[in-house]
Design a protein around this ligand. Structure first.
Ligand code: FJE
Ligand code: FE
Length: 353
């Protein structure tokens, strides 16, 4: 599949039937371009935000040894409904939806479920990181630098796109393949760094258990154990499974933003007296030094917990390019179409899937 099919669609959030019809017919030329690329961008649909939601500066840091003095409360909750993305793929989007544009430094969280031939064919990224965590099945990734790999249930691919990656992400087998993809913004000083991958196989992911609470530590620290992943934008990412009757207390640095996404079951977050929240909900937490969660249901509760240090920088996003200014977005599009500044190999590459 070629890059422009998915990309064209990303650029046009409210596409007309004509554009929709055409979306798979427009291809990125592999030969030198004869056309003015700007004709692909009839209107720039730029989104600007500098969100620093849910941050606090009132309390001292909790370094993980003490109890939670000021537990974070739920400030926003939304049900992520299925929507179409990529090429025939389905996602439940939470961060990145109109109701929750971003949660600094996070730009997007999708729970994806994809069966072949659907997927995310050749498309670029610049200025942020994508973290793909497989829940069921497997996904194959191929990029323009010749990297190719398959991640299976429980594996993580932490991709720092930096100045530029063009890749495809497609299901590796028959039937439905599920996972989470998180986009983490990079600070202005890191947006143009060399791309890099950190791949963790399931067996290499640190796991810990305490009183009926099981955690897989994708990034950061829990129960005194740390993930080896290097987070350029300081981030924590945990996959918790809580048995019925269990309770969790987890320190989260005071000034970070944080949210949870419920994968399975139902749980009580923040305040023991509040109503349980069910699967496919995204929960944004307010300020505090940590999180308290209870599972008072009769079955297991599984959720992803994500926290990050806000960048507090302007965000200008145009589909798969996330920069600080409109001029940098224009530059990114030009670089991608002209094959410059990190996109050199985009010119003559296409994935074989
Ligand atoms: C993308 C639309 C997209 N969520 N979850 C626009 F669909 C994508 C994209 C993904 C994606 C890929 C996987 Cl493997 C899982 C996803 C969106 O590829 F990058 C833009 N810009
Ligand atoms: Fe991608």
């Amino acid at each position: 599949m070629r890059a422009i099919s998915i990309y064209t669609r990303l650029l046009l959030p409210s596409f007309s039937p004509l554009l929709f019809q055409n979306q798979f017919k427009i291809f990125k030329p592999t030969a030198k371009p004869h056309i003015n690329k700007s004709s692909f961008f009839p209107q720039l649909n730029l989104k600007s935000s500098a969100t620093a939601m849910a941050s606090s500066t009132t309390m001292g840091d909790n370094h993980g040894d003490g109890e939670i003095k000021n537990p974070r409360q739920v400030v926003k909750m939304l049900l992520s409904e299925l929507q179409d993305e990529g090429l025939g793929a389905k996602v439940r989007r939470s961060i990145g939806r109109p109701e929750l544009r971003s949660l600094d430094p996070f730009l997007l969280l999708d729970e994806f479920q994809v069966s072949p031939p659907a997927g995310f064919p050749d498309h670029p990224h610049r200025g942020f990181e994508t973290v793909t965590y497989m829940l069921e099945g497997a996904f194959t990734h191929q990029d323009f630098a010749g990297h190719k790999g398959t991640i299976q249930a429980g594996d993580v691919q932490w991709m720092t796109a930096g100045r530029g990656i063009v890749h495809s992400e497609m299901p590796a087998g028959p039937g439905v393949q599920k996972g989470l993809q998180l986009w983490i913004n990079l600070s202005s000083k890191d947006k143009m760094i060399e791309p890099r991958y950190q791949e963790l196989q399931s067996k290499d992911i640190t796991e810990a258990e305490k009183d009926g609470v099981f955690v897989r530590i994708i990034a950061g620290e829990a129960f005194g154990t740390r993930s080896p992943v290097y987070t350029r934008t300081p981030t924590l990412y945990m996959d918790f499974t809580m048995q019925p009757g269990s309770q969790l207390q987890l320190p989260i640095p005071e000034n970070w933003n944080s949210f949870a996404y419920i994968i399975e079951g139902e749980g009580i977050f923040g305040n023991e007296k509040s109503a349980p929240i069910k699967s496919h909900h995204c929960i944004v937490f307010g300020s505090g030094d940590g999180l308290e969660v209870w599972n008072k249901s009769g079955s297991a509760l599984r959720f992803a917990l994500v926290g990050g240090q806000p960048l507090n920088e302007p965000v200008v996003q145009h589909g798969p390019f996330v920069m600080n200014t409109r001029a940098e977005i224009r530059q990114a599009m030009e670089d991608y179409y002209m094959g410059r500044n990190g996109f050199e190999r985009a010119q003559h590459w296409q994935s074989d899937q």
